[in-house]
Design a protein around this ligand. Structure first.
Ligand code: NAD
Length: 475
C-alpha cells in the first residue's frame, strides 16, 4: 500500500516519485510506503487552501458545525479501523488506540459546538451615537505539523479547531504513521468538507515547513514536537510574521507528599508513566517522593513496572507496546548509561528486549544526580526517575529547575499543600491527586521552553481567530 496525499479534495500519490518507508515497530518490518509531496504538490495545496478560504469563512458556524458533527460520527463508526491502523504503525496497545480514536471523535464534536460560540463584544463608546463592536474572524489558511505519538489525537486538535473557526488548513502528518491520518481525513471528506478546505501532505518535514511557512497564503502555524524543531519553526514563523502555536516537549515532575495512600499513587503514577511507552509530552518523568515514603515507593513502582506485559500492541494481553522507532532505543540506552555512570541506581529495566522490533522495558532509576542527562533531557520513553525530597520548598524548586513547563502532577491530602503546589509550580498544566489533563474542553499547553499557545478548550479555538474592531456612527 502507498499512503497518499489529499490535495484540493483529491487523493493523489503526488507529482514525484519519492517515497518513505512505513514500518511496524513491533517487527521492524516495512508494511507500506508513503508518498512524499514535492514543491508542485505543496503549491497546489496552498492554492486550494487559499481559494477555498473565501467560501469556508462565509459558511455559517452552524453549517460548519453540522459537517464536523458528521465527521465525529464517522470517526466513531470507523473507530476500530482507525485503532488498528494506529497500533500497527505506532505500536501502542489496541486498548490505548481505541481510546485515542474515541477521544478523536470527542474533540471534533467539542469543536463543532465551540465554533458556534465564537462570540464578539460590544464596547460602550465615548462618542455619542457611535457603536463599537469586536467580532472574531478566522485568521486564514493554516499550516500544521503533527507528531507520531498520537497519530490521530494530535492531528485532530489542529484540524477540528481550525475548521470550526472558519480556517482552511494544510496538515503535514507524521510519515511514520500515515494510514490513521488518512482514515481521519476520509471521515471529514465523507462528512462533506468542501474541496481545498482540508489538505493532507507527507514528505521531508524540513522541506515542507521551509516552503509552507514563508508562503503569503499561510497566516498561522501550529506545531507539536520537540523543542529544537519548535525553536527552528518559531524562528521561521517570526521572520515571516506568522502567528504560531508551539506545543513542545516536557519533563513533568510528579510530586508525592508524605500523607498519601502509597499503593494508589504508585499504581496511578506507573500507569501514567508507561502509557504509550512513555512517548507522551506530559508523561511524568521526575518522580519526587517525600523522604519517608521514598524506599517503599521505589520498590512498589519497580514491581508494577516488572509486572507489565510488553509485546505487540495487537495482542490482547499486551500492556505496553514497542517504541515507535529504532532511534528511541539508542536515545534511552544513552540516558540510562549516563545516569548509572554518574551514580544513579538502575532498579529495573534498562536494556533493549530482543532483537526484533523496537522493544524497551519499563525502566526505573533511583537517586539520580541532577547532573545526569536524564534529569535535564526529555526521555520520551518508558523511563522513570524516582528521587526524594525533604521539604516541599525543595520539591517545588526541583520541579521548577528545568526550562520546561508543560505537565506537572502532585499528590497530597493537605489542601494547604495542594494550593501551594498549584500556585508555585511553573507549568502550563498541573493535575493534583488524579490524572486530569488533555480533555477536549480544557486548555493544553506549556510555558517556558515547552512552547506557547493552547490547544483544547475555548483557548484552542481562539488560536485560529483574530479580533476585528468595528466603530460605526449612523449613516
Ligand atoms: P524530531 O525532533 O526529529 O521530530 C519531532 C517532530 O517534528 C516529528 O513529527 C517530525 O516529523 C517533525 N519535524 C522535524 N523536523 C521538522 C521540520 N524542520 N519542520 C517540520 N516538522 C519537523 O524528534 P523525533 O525523534 O521524531 O521525536 C522525539 C522527540 O520529539 C522527543 O524527544 C520529544 O521531545 C518530541 N516529541 C514531542 C511530542 C509532543 O507531543 N510534544 C510528540 C512527538 C515527539
Amino acid at each position: 500500500m502507498t499512503a497518499s496525499l489529499f490535495i484540493d479534495g483529491v487523493w493523489t500519490a503526488g507529482s514525484g516519485t519519492r517515497r518513505g518507508k512505513v514500518m511496524d515497530p513491533a517487527t521492524a518490518r516495512q508494511i507500506a510506503e508513503v508518498a512524499f509531496a514535492e514543491t508542485a504538490d505543496l503549491d497546489a495545496a496552498l492554492a486550494a487552501a487559499n481559494r477555498s478560504f473565501a467560501a469556508w469563512r462565509k459558511t455559517t458556524a452552524l453549517e460548519r458545525s453540522r459537517i464536523l458533527v458528521k465527521a465525529a460520527n464517522l470517526v466513531r463508526t470507523n473507530a476500530e479501523t482507525i485503532a488498528q491502523a494506529i497500533t500497527t504503525e505506532q505500536g501502542k496497545p489496541l486498548s490505548e488506540s481505541r481510546l485515542e480514536a474515541g477521544v478523536t471523535a470527542d474533540i471534533i464534536e467539542w469543536y463543532a459546538e465551540e465554533g458556534r460560540r465564537a462570540y464578539g463584544r460590544v464596547i460602550p463608546s465615548r462618542l455619542p451615537g457611535a457603536r463599537q463592536i469586536v467580532i472574531s474572524e478566522p485568521v486564514g489558511p493554516v499550516a500544521a505539523f503533527s507528531p507520531w505519538n498520537f497519530p490521530c489525537g494530535q492531528l485532530v486538535r489542529k484540524i477540528a479547531a481550525a475548521l470550526a473557526a472558519g480556517c482552511t488548513i494544510i496538515v503535514k502528518a507524521p510519515e511514520e504513521t500515515p494510514s490513521s491520518a488518512m482514515a481521519l481525513v476520509r471521515c471529514f471528506e465523507e462528512a462533506g468538507i468542501p474541496a481545498g478546505v482540508l489538505n493532507l501532505v507527507f514528505g521531508v518535514p524540513a522541506e515542507i515547513s521551509a516552503h509552507l511557512i514563508p508562503s503569503a497564503v499561510i497566516r498561522k502555524i501550529s506545531f507539536t514536537g520537540s523543542v529544537p524543531v519548535g525553536r527552528h519553526l518559531a524562528a521561521l514563523a517570526g521572520q515571516h510574521l506568522k502567528r504560531a502555536t508551539m506545543e513542545l516537549g516536557g519533563h513533568a515532575p510528579f510530586i508525592v507528599c508524605d500523607d498519601v495512600d502509597l499503593d494508589a499513587v504508585v499504581r496511578l503514577g506507573a500507569g501514567m508513566k508507561f502509557r504509550n511507552a512513555g512517548q507522551i509530552c506530559t508523561s511524568p518523568t521526575r518522580f519526587l517522593v517525600a523522604d519517608p515514603l521514598h524506599g517503599d515507593f521505589v520498590s512498589q513502582f519497580a514491581s508494577v513496572a516488572e509486572s507489565l506485559v510488553v509485546g505487540n500492541g495487537v495482542e490482547d494481553a499486551t500492556q505496553m507496546g514497542p517504541l515507535a522507532h529504532a532511534r528511541r532505543i539508542d536515545a534511552l540506552d544513552g540516558l540510562v548509561r549516563d545516569a548509572v555512570e554518574q551514580g544513579g541506581r538502575l532498579v529495573t529495566g534498562g536494556r533493549r528486549i530482543g532483537n526484533e522490533g523496537y522493544f524497551y522495558p519499563p525502566t526505573v532509576l533511583a537517586d539520580v544526580p541532577l547532573s545526569a542527562r536524564v534529569m535535564n533531557e526529555e526521555p520520551f520513553g518508558p523511563l522513570a526517575v524516582i528521587n526524594q525530597f525533604d521539604t516541599l520548598d525543595g520539591a517545588v524548586s526541583e520541579a521548577n529547575r528545568l526550562p520546561y513547563g508543560l505537565g506537572a502532577y502532585a499528590f497530597t491530602k493537605s489542601t494547604l499543600n495542594a494550593a501551594r503546589l498549584a500556585d508555585e509550580v511553573e507549568t502550563g498544566m498541573i493535575s493534583i491527586n488524579h490524572f486530569g489533563l488533555a480533555a477536549p474542553e480544557t486548555p493544553f499547553g506549556g510555558v517556558k521552553d515547552s512552547g506557547y499557545g493552547s490547544e483544547g478548550g475555548s483557548e484552542g479555538l481562539q488560536a485560529y481567530l483574530v479580533p476585528k474592531f468595528i466603530s460605526q456612527v449612523g449613516a
